[in-house]
Structure formats: structure tokens, C-alpha cells
Design a protein around this ligand. Structure first.
Ligand code: HXC
Length: 258
């Protein structure tokens, strides 16, 4: 499917999705998020895709929601239309893993979109921020919630109240990103992480994603029970037998996602 604001390439079991509004630093509007939701939902349904990498340009992952678009909106528009709720709901419903490869600015909705992914690999020039406070509003798609869970109250308050940017080094130190690499190596690093994931059994990959995400929703004992039951249930798969036999036979496993 041809998109206007994103570019999708599928190769070697990896869907590479690139945000593509170069004139506006990949600012998120309804069209872009709608196309992204559509592409990710399609990737979920495509048996060839085993991992997704979401990226922007070297200069900007995304500099936030489109301020021009929002400047023309009233309370009735954003509340009545529940701005971006449908699109972000679809993005966070994807069960296959999504890696955000962030170079340059990931601000406002851009930082929030990166946090909707399963983990973030940052280039050393990346800058994260929730500067909505400078516009007389606040974060609206996770910047007060996912960011607080990722980096704790002190830094989340600092970011949301002052609107300051966090560089890649601080982001890694704070737990917002999993790895920082030189900007030139960002895509290689993200694609090889995706390739590693693509080798696993899809069933256990989706179970791991679901279990980690569950930890944000339920108390510890409920989360542990959820994890244990998923762990138990994986013993019903051929891939569990194959994975363990391959280890014992000192060979690479041949997973078949069943
Ligand atoms: C619309 C944007 C934009 C945005 C940049 N541009 N960010 N357009 N919405 N969020 C456009 C600029 O208007 C400009 O267009 C072009 O991209 C290049 O940007 P410059 O500002 O000239 O570049 P630079 O000086 O390098 O500064 C980069 C920047 C700055 C630091 C990223 O652009 C910036 O502060 N952007 C806004 C960041 C922000 O406040 N984000 C939060 C948005 S609110 P022209 O046509 O002039 O060349 C949000 C809410 C989410 O995200 C919740 C929704 C429910």
C-alpha cells in the first residue's frame, strides 16, 4: 500500500517503517498516525514480518504533534474527536515487537510515540523531551505516564514541567533507552537487534512482550501469576521442545512458531 507520510520496507522478516514528513520534522498529524497505525496493523497480520523497526530521519524521529494542525483546533475538536486516541490505540495493540530507532529530536508526541514501542535504541545525537508545557498544554499520549514509569517521578516531573530536553547519554542512564550508538551505526544496530528477535519463536516473543507490558497494568502477584501461566503454556508448543532439544544437541534451533 502506498503511503504519503511514511515509508514501509519489508525485508528479511523485518518491517522497517520510516516517518516521512521531512518539511515538518516528522510532526505527527492525523494522516501520519493513521497511516502508521494501518502499516503496523498490516505488519501484525503479515506472516513474513517477525519484528518491526520504527524510525525517522537523522535530524528528527518526530518533533511532536503538528502544532499548526493543533493551533486550529478547539476543545470540542480535541475532546470530541479524542485526538490521536484511535491511532495510538491501534499502535499499542500490535503484538509483534516494535523497536524505535531514534536519531535527532524525539519531542512531545515524538517521544511518546517512541515510548509506545517496546524499546528504544538511540543515536548519540538523540534528544528527548516533553516540551508541551511551552505551548500552554501538557503531554497527551503518554508523556506523563509512560515517561514516569520509564524514568521515575523526579526526572519525569523535571521534563514535563521545565520542557527541557534530555540527551541520549542521560536517556540511557535514566532507563528511557536501552542502547546508545554512534548516529552512523543506528540503523545497523536496530536492524541487527530486530534480526536477533526475528530468529526466535514468534509465540514466545509475543508472550514475552505481553508479560512485560502486563507489569505496568497489574500488582506484582498478579503479574507473576500471568507470567507463570504464560511460561507454563509455552510447554504446549513444538518450539519449546525444539529450543530445549537444540540446546542439548548443541545446534541452532529451527523454530516453526507453533
Ligand atoms: C509542526 C513543526 C514541528 C511541530 C518542527 N516543525 N516541529 N511543525 N509541528 N511539532 C517545523 C517548523 O515549523 C519548521 O517549519 C521546520 O519544522 C523546521 O523546524 P525549525 O524550528 O526551523 O528547526 P530547528 O530550529 O532546528 O528546531 C527544531 C526543534 C523545533 C527544536 C525540533 O522545531 C521545535 O521546538 N519544535 C516543536 C517541538 C514541540 O513543541 N513539540 C511538542 C508538540 S505538542 P518551517 O515551515 O518554518 O520551515 C505535542 C502534543 C502531543 O506533541 C499530544 C497529542 C495528543
Amino acid at each position: 500500500m502506498a503511503y504519503e507520510t511514511i515509508i514501509v520496507e519489508i525485508e528479511d522478516h523485518i518491517a522497517l517503517v520510516k516517518l516521512n514528513r521531512p518539511d515538518a520534522m516528522n510532526a505527527l498529524n492525523t494522516k501520519l498516525l493513521g497511516e502508521l497505525a494501518d502499516a503496523l496493523t498490516a505488519a501484525q497480520g503479515n506472516d513474513k514480518v517477525r519484528c518491526i523497526v520504527l524510525t525517522g530521519s537523522e535530524k528528527a524521529f518526530a518533533a511532536g504533534a503538528d502544532i499548526k494542525m493543533m493551533s486550529e483546533m478547539s476543545f470540542t475538536d480535541v475532546f470530541g474527536g479524542d485526538l490521536f486516541a484511535t491511532e495510538t490505540g491501534a499502535i499499542t495493540r500490535v503484538r509483534k515487537p516494535i523497536i524505535a530507532a531514534v536519531s535527532g529530536y524525539a519531542l512531545g508526541g515524538g517521544c511518546e510515540l517512541a515510548m509506545m514501542c517496546d524499546f528504544i535504541i538511540a543515536a548519540d545525537n538523540a534528544k528527548f523531551g516533553q516540551p508541551e508545557i511551552n505551548l500552554g498544554v501538557i503531554a497527551g499520549i503518554g508523556g506523563t505516564q509512560r515517561l514516569t514509569r520509564a524514568i521515575g517521578k523526579a526526572k519525569a516531573m523535571d521534563m514535563n514541567l521545565t520542557g527541557r530536553f534530555m540527551d541520549a547519554e542521560e536517556a540511557e542512564r535514566s532507563g528511557l533507552v536501552s542502547r546508545v550508538v554512534p548516529a552512523k551505526k543506528l540503523m545497523d544496530e536496530a536492524m541487527s537487534a530486530a534480526a536477533k528477535i526475528a530468529e526466535k519463536s514468534m509465540i514466545s516473543v509475543m508472550a514475552a512482550k505481553e508479560a512485560v507490558n502486563r507489569s505496568f497494568e497489574v500488582p506484582l502477584q498478579e503479574g507473576l501469576l500471568f507470567e507463570r501461566r504464560l511460561f507454563n503454556s509455552l510447554f504446549a508448543t513444538d518450539d519449546q521442545t525444539e529450543g530445549m532439544n537444540a540446546f542439548l544437541e548443541k545446534r541452532e534451533p529451527q523454530f516453526r512458531d507453533r
